[in-house]
Design a protein around this ligand. Structure first.
Ligand SMILES: Nc1ncnc2c1ncn2[C@@H]1O[C@H](COP(=O)(O)OP(=O)(O)OP(=O)(O)O)[C@@H](O)[C@H]1O
Ligand SMILES: CC(C)(CO)[C@@H](O)C(=O)NCCC(=O)O
Length: 413
C-alpha cells in the first residue's frame, strides 16, 4: 500500500466516519493535534477498506476490531506562529464539534477540548473567540508521560535504538519499563524521571533545545524552514567550523585523558581564529555544526541526569529529532560515550505527539463515550493508523518509509 492509497482510503473513510475527541498540544514552536474518527458501522465499504488495509499490514481478520470499536487516530501539526492555519483546519473539519455532528449540537460555550502545552494558556482566548471552544487544560509534563507510556505499552515497534546507522526496534517488557528518563526535545528540553503511570518527576531541563537549533540556524543560514535547515545539515562538514582536539594538539590525540584527535574540543571554535565572515562559511557546514552542538549537549546532560538517578534507559522524544539519522546518532554516541556503554538512548516513532496523545488519553480517564482507545490499539494496531490531510502514516512498522512515520502526518506545513 503506498502513501497515496492510504490518503484516499483515509478520505473515503472520513466521509463515513464520526470524528471525535480532539486533543491539542500547543508548544512554543509547534501545535500538535490528535483526534479520533470512528468508522460508521453501516458502511460496508469502509469495512472492506479496513480489511484490505489490514491485509496489507499483515493483520489478520481475526485481529480486526468489532465495527463499534473501529476507528483511527489522526495526527497533524502546525507551526505555532501560524496558529490561524490550525484554527482553519479545525474549523474546516469541524473537529471542535466532533462527536456531536450527528446529534443535536450543544451550544458552543459548552464545548471543551483537551489541551496541553503553554499555548493552552496563551491561546485560550483566541480559541474561544474564533471557534467558541474552551480548553480543558491538562498538565504538560503529565501528558508527555502519559503519551510516552501509552506508546511504549501499546504500540508495536514504537521504541528503537539508533547507532552507527543501525536502527533496532526494542521490545520492552511491560513489567520492566520503569524507571526511565524521558527527554523531550521541543523548543526547550525537559528531562523527566518516569517511575510509573502518573508517577514522575521533572528532574532537569535545558534551554538549549530545538528552538535554539532552529532559531540560530535561521539567523545564520537564512533558511526559510526547518526541513530546509535539516536537509542542509546532511551535506555539511562540521569540521570546517568546529575546533577539534587535533586542531589544538597539532593533529594528534590527547590520549592521556582519552580524547581522540577528531573529538570536538569547541563547537564553532574555528570561527574565532579563521579570518572569515559569516558569508565565507557554507550554510551546510553551519547547519551541521549547530545540529551536532545541540544534540551532543542534550545527550550529555541527559546522561548526567540518568547517572544522577541510576537510570539505564533514556528515551528521547520531541519534534526536534524528526527521525533524523545524524541527530539520533549524535545523541546515541554522546550517551554511549559518557556512560561507557552503560546507558542506552532510545527513540520513539511518534516522537512529537507525546503531549497531544497524553491529552487525548485524558478523555479516557473521564470515560467519555466509552472510547477505549487502549483496547482498540491492543486488538488491532492498524486501527490507530495515523493520518493527516496531506500525507498519512501508520502506527504499524510496515510502512515503506519509516522516516515518514517518525515525521508523521503533516498538514499545512
Ligand atoms: N516544521 C517545523 N517547524 C518548526 N520547527 C520544527 C519543525 N519540525 C521540527 N521542528 C523542531 O521541533 C521543535 C519543536 O518540537 P516540539 O513540537 O516537540 O516542541 P514544542 O511543544 O513546540 O516546544 P515546547 O514543548 O518547548 O513548548 C522546534 O523547535 C524545531 O527544532
Ligand atoms: C518551558 C517548557 C516546559 C515548555 O514546553 C520547555 O520549553 C522546557 O522544558 N524548557 C527548558 C527550560 C529549562 O528547564 O531550562
Amino acid at each position: 500500500m503506498d502513501l497515496q492509497d492510504d490518503v484516499s482510503n483515509q478520505q473515503n473513510s472520513e466521509r463515513g466516519s464520526q470524528i471525535s475527541h480532539l486533543a491539542l498540544d500547543i508548544g512554543g514552536s509547534l501545535v500538535k493535534l490528535v483526534y479520533f474518527s470512528r468508522n460508521n458501522d453501516s458502511r460496508r465499504d469502509d469495512d472492506n477498506e479496513q480489511r484490505s488495509r489490514n491485509e496489507c499490514l499483515g493483520v489478520s481478520d481475526s485481529d480486526t476490531c468489532q465495527p463499534f470499536l473501529d476507528g483511527r487516530l489522526h495526527f497533524a501539526k502546525f507551526e505555532t506562529s501560524k496558529i490561524n492555519d490550525c484554527l482553519e483546519f479545525i474549523c474546516s473539519k469541524k473537529l471542535h464539534l466532533g462527536g456531536f455532528q450527528d446529534c443535536t449540537a450543544p451550544s458552543s460555550e459548552n464545548i471543551c477540548v483537551k489541551a496541553t502545552g503553554g499555548g493552552a494558556y496563551k491561546f485560550a482566548d483566541l480559541f474561544k473567540e474564533k471557534l467558541g471552544i474552551c480548553f480543558d487544560k491538562e498538565d504538560e509534563m503529565d501528558c508527555l508521560v502519559t503519551g510516552a507510556n501509552f506508546l511504549l505499552k501499546t504500540v508495536h515497534q514504537e521504541a528503537f535504538t539508533y547507532l552507527d546507522g543501525q536502527k533496532e526496534f526494542v521490545q520492552i517488557d511491560h513489567n520492566d519499563l520503569y524507571p526511565y528518563l524521558l527527554v523531550n526535545i521541543g523548543s526547550g528540553v525537559s528531562m523527566i524521571k518516569v517511575d510509573g503511570d502518573g508517577k514522575f518527576e521533572r528532574v532537569s531541563g535545558t534551554n538549549l533545545g530545538g528552538g535554539t537549533f532552529w532559531g540560530l540556524g535561521r539567523l545564520l543560514t537564512k533558511c526559510k524552514n526547518f526541513d530546509e535547515l535539516l536537509e542542509l545539515s546532511h551535506q555539511g562538514n562540521n569540521r570546517v567550523i568546529d575546533m577539534l582536539v587535533g586542531d589544538i594538539y597539532g593533529g594528534t590525540e590527547y590520549a592521556k585523558i582519552g580524547l581522540s584527535a577528531t573529538t570536538i574540543a569547541s563547537s564553532f571554535g574555528k570561527a574565532i581564529s579563521d579570518n572569515k565572515e559569516l558569508e565565507d562559511y557554507k550554510a551546510e557546514d553551519i547547519s551541521r555544526s549547530l545540529l551536532r552542538m545541540i544534540s551532543n549537549n542534550i545527550g550529555q546532560i541527559s546522561y548526567l541526569n540518568a547517572l544522577r538517578f541510576g537510570l539505564k534507559r533514556i528515551i528521547f522524544a520531541g519534534f526536534f529529532i524528526r527521525g533524523q539519522a545524524y541527530t539520533m546518532d549524535t545523541i546515541s554516541v554522546a550517551v554511549h560515550y559518557w556512560s561507557n556503554g552503560e546507558a542506552k538512548a532510545m527513540f520513539l516513532r511518534h516522537e512529537g505527539f507525546l503531549g497531544a496523545l497524553g491529552a487525548f488519553r485524558s478523555y479516557e480517564k473521564q470515560s467519555l463515550d466509552g472510547l477505549m482507545v487502549h483496547k482498540i490499539v491492543q486488538k488491532n494496531p492498524s486501527s490507530i493508523s495515523s493520518a493527516g490531510d496531506k500525507s498519512c502514516c501508520s502506527l504499524n512498522s510496515d510502512s515503506k518509509n519509516e522516516n515518514e512515520n517518525s515525521g508523521c502526518s503533516v498538514y499545512g506545513m
